[in-house]
Design a protein around this ligand. Sequence first.
Ligand code: CMP
Length: 148
Amino acid sequence: MEKTFLMLKPDAVQRGLIGEIISRFEKRGFKLIGLKMLKLDRATAEAHYREHKGKPFFESTVEYITSSPVVAMVWEGKNIVALARQMMGDTNPAQACPGSIRGSYALDISRNIIHGSDSPESAEREIKLYFREDELMSYSKIGEEWLS
Ligand code: CMP
């Protein structure tokens, strides 16, 4: 089953949106298989955003993401990479559809609430950056048979 890495950024934690956002993914029918709260160190943040190194927003993004705790998660489900990105909305909240997570809760690209992997390959890399294999749960969930 397809997996993705999602991270609730410092603004989501500080603004009390953890439960609200997790609830959206649960209700959609996705399965939470890994969850931890942590404060990112600089090395992890730089590794996470390595494709943006050299861009004007790299330094401020690393500073922001290491400034306060985040919630790192692994979710599983059919087409989850693309569907989670759809649920999150455009990277820039000013262009995110109303009703999407960023379109509901954010205003500015530098404080956009949530990160989600942009491809199954990125998901694999990002999951490994935050979780050991034995931290990911394998379980069946009641109601799964009603989702496919
Ligand atoms: P994210 O999906 O986590 O990936 C890169 C992050 O850089 C992005 O969300 C934003 O939080 C942040 N960022 C800040 N400024 C910009 C910008 N001008 N363009 C793209 N990303 C930006």
